[in-house]
Design a protein around this ligand. Structure first.
Ligand SMILES: [Zn+2]
Length: 461
């Protein structure tokens, strides 16, 4: 079989090619993206109503709600849904103006009040209204504070939005000031997506409405089982149930992936997120086995295969049949190489045609080899311990290599195994005490995954 070393001359990393559908790609066949999007939310929780605490400076006097009812509406229009409703000002005020200032680094409220030409006595009064005004004693740089002033330069209202969901409202009343906090609850909505891969994982994710970040998270969950650099094929498909964080109708960010299924070359992998009683979350198979393994499937991120595991291939340099007992990951020179498992460096140095090489021993049965590297990580010394995912060196083309790539070998009891297909030892499973709880939750999520997948497939046909 002819070798794919022509790919080595391409300077472009996989990251770029994943996003450029025009490029011919070894793994990805040019076809029409047939992703689809089922963005409807299944359900929503934590949908508590807005919380609004209000306290008066002098107890026993007029309640603030009472005043509000007889007052005109706020003078400033609300430009977007994230903005909080502004409290209203006194009827007798004229020429009310809102001014917004941004807190500069090193500024405190005393400085800001002096900048706004408001008396320090007013600040002192406000700080003594109630506990909520303590927020003003440590205002954060970059945050905005809104002041409403009347034509005499007197403060009528102050709004300090100290985070995306919470704001402090100060209001002038006849007796002094009132202070209240307003909280807008973030909603967690459950969304789902399903897509078939035609051009690339990221394009399929995008067509299903997933952010690239979410697609990456999905790949990381299955990254111990599936080599996303080499294993992905046209026709692979995935289904994911995930959280979206909303404020009102506006999506703020993605939440967690709750459950996912990935079908890679006909093989189905499923992952369920489970949070134990100590609040630690991990992904498990529906049987409660950890998705994490003792070894990463891939020693290089975003790389491109240049040679598959093949015991009878023609060596591109030696030009004769020579067993290729590993996998080559072509990537830009300098791309980090990661230790695939915890272990100890038992060889570091030049090794004939392998060039600059590191061999790591993992327990008594396993060892991994990384060859053709340009340079080593300073921390990878002979005899030193390495952790899974730790960078041990950088891709190069030392030894017998026609271009920059990593040659990676995986041995079990001294015998070479195909790193792409070898069964990897698993990390510890879910503790028994959680199994009953996990099973009931996993059953529901697996049923939902099946439903989403079946609906999506029906839509495609
Ligand atoms: Zn090789």
């Amino acid at each position: 079989m002819r070798h794919d070393y022509k790919f080595l001359t391409e300077k472009k990393g996989l990251t770029a090619s994943l996003f450029s559908p025009g490029k011919a790609h070894l793994i990805l066949v040019s076809a029409i993206v047939a992703g689809f999007f089922l963005a409807s939310s299944l359900l929503s929780y934590q949908a508590d109503a807005n919380k609004n605490e209000s306290l008066l400076i002098t107890p026993g006097k007029v309640a603030p709600q009472h005043i509000i009812e007889n007052l005109p509406l706020p003078s400033e229009p609300q430009s977007n849904s994230l903005q909080l409703p502004f409290p209203v000002a006194s009827k007798t005020d004229e020429g009310l103006v809102w001014k917004t200032i941004k807190v500069k680094p090193g500024e405190n409220m005393a400085i800001i009040f002096s900048r706004m030409k408001i008396s320090p006595t007013v600040l002192n009064q406000i700080l003594h209204v109630n506990k909520s005004t303590r927020k003003l004693t440590h205002v954060l740089p970059g945050k905005k504070i809104k002041f409403q002033m009347n034509d005499k330069g007197e403060l009528r209202q102050l709004v300090y939005q100290y985070n995306i969901a919470n704001s402090l409202h100060i209001r002038k009343v006849s007796t002094g000031f009132t202070a209240s906090t307003q909280e807008r609850k973030l909603d967690t909505r459950i969304a789902h997506a399903s897509a078939r891969i035609n051009l690339s994982l990221f394009l399929a994710g995008q067509s299903a409405g997933l952010s690239d970040n979410m697609t990456m998270t999905l790949a990381n969950i299955f990254g111990w089982d599936i080599d996303f650099a080499l294993d992905i094929r046209q026709g692979d498909h995935f289904t994911v149930i995930y959280e979206e964080i909303f404020m009102g109708d506006k999506k703020i960010r993605d939440g967690n992936i709750l459950a996912a299924e990935f079908v890679n070359r006909g093989r189905t992998y499923r992952a369920i997120r489970y949070t134990d009683s100590r609040g630690r979350s991990q992904y498990y198979s529906p049987k409660g086995l950890s998705m994490r393994k003792a070894f990463l499937r891939t020693p290089v991120d975003f790389s491109r295969i240049s040679s598959r595991f093949n015991l009878r291939r023609k060596h591109p340099v030696l030009n004769r049949i020579r067993a290729h007992k590993g996998v080559d990951y072509a990537a830009r020179p300098g791309t980090p190489v990661k230790a695939t498992g915890d272990g100890k460096i038992i060889f570091k140095g030049r090794k004939g045609g392998y060039g600059k090489t590191i061999v790591i021993k993992h327990g008594s049965a396993y060892s991994t080899l990384y060859a053709h590297m340009r340079s080593y990580n300073k921390k990878s010394r002979y005899g030193s311990r390495v952790k899974q995912g730790q960078i041990i060196g950088y891709i190069g083309s030392t030894g017998l290599a026609t271009g920059p790539h990593l040659h990676y070998e995986f041995r079990v009891n001294g015998h070479h195994r195909n790193p792409l297909t070898v069964r990897l030892p698993t990390a510890s499973p879910l503790p028994k005490k959680y199994l009953a709880d996990f099973n009931s939750k996993a059953q529901t999520l697996v049923a939902q995954l099946n439903l989403i997948k079946n609906n999506t497939l029906a839509l495609l046909q």
